[in-house]
Design a protein around this ligand. Structure first.
Ligand SMILES: [Zn+2]
Length: 275
């Protein structure tokens, strides 16, 4: 059944566990992700990122995702990840997504608030949840810049941002980066704990692929409720395609490789058995 991000994360906060956002780029990935959620009895946030719409047409993505949500025996949130373009975010709302992210993290603070608020007002009219990012997670979705200390989320801006941007979930920058890490990430857990203390909204961790199991548990213990995963699934699928013994079964092999990654993350984040 289709649920909003707000509903899934409120449950996660009550149970003090994390829920993965798993982005899909094709049908095999989507199937691996939903099979994992049903076998693990885990709530699911299934997403597609704006930057990936060059790889999968928006209408196909929405068709696959809506169909999965309507058949699912676990709660499924359909999330539009890293929207930067108001019209594309509105298109996601119109296509039946139950959650959208506006990413104004590379803009000046006041501009980030202004643009996020416009998205919040548009999305909330349709009952759709909104996530926004304060501070800037490096790497970009598919990009190359590394996060630096000045881009970390400022604790003194959290309350103001939550209030004025009228959001439902807050993505924070505490030392992770998108894509494959060039160097080992150093997480600022002290800063995360401070943010958690003052934030009325559930916290989101981007750039999670490549963190250690201990890192993940540590961030969840300190308030992270949504964790974005993409790169690790893509790497596993690629390896499965290459290693597959047969040109016909390679698609099923890739689907199963994605499923294994997702199941492992659901167990690690504590969302297994919660649906
Ligand atoms: Zn991200």
């Amino acid at each position: 059944m289709l649920v909003t991000l707000k509903e899934i994360l409120a449950e996660a906060e009550r149970g003090k566990y994390g829920v993965g956002l798993f982005n899909m780029l094709n049908l095999e990935m989507a199937r691996g992700i939903i099979e994992a959620a049903e076998e693990e009895r885990s709530p699911l946030i299934l997403g597609v990122a704006e930057v990936h719409l060059s790889l999968i047409p928006f209408d196909y993505a929405a068709l696959i995702m809506r169909d999965i949500a309507s058949r699912a025996s676990v709660p499924v949130c359909l999330h539009f990840d890293h929207g930067t373009d108001f019209d594309k975010i509105k298109a996601a709302v119109d296509r039946g997504f139950s959650s959208v992210m506006y990413d104004g993290s590379s803009l000046p603070y006041e501009e980030n608030i202004k643009n996020t608020l416009a998205v919040s007002r548009m999305a909330h009219k349709k009952g759709v949840s909104v996530e926004a990012e304060l501070g800037h997670v490096g790497g970009g979705e598919g990009g190359t810049d590394d996060g630096t200390q000045e881009m970390y989320t400022r604790v003194d801006q959290v309350v103001d941002f939550n209030e004025r941007a009228e959001i439902d979930a807050l993505a924070v920058a505490i030392g992770t980066a998108h894509g494959k890490y060039k160097t080992k990430p150093v997480l600022d857990i002290g800063r995360l704990a401070e943010i958690y203390k003052v934030s009325k909204n559930p916290l989101v961790l981007h750039g999670g692929s490549g963190l250690s199991n201990e890192d993940f548990r540590n961030t969840i213990d300190n308030g992270i409720r949504k964790i974005n995963i993409c790169t690790e699934m893509c790497v596993a699928a690629r390896e499965a395609y290459i290693a597959s013994a047969n040109h016909e079964i390679m698609f099923a092999d890739a689907k199963n490789a994605v499923k294994n990654i997702v199941k492992g993350k659901m167990q690690l984040f504590g969302s297994s058995g919660k649906a």
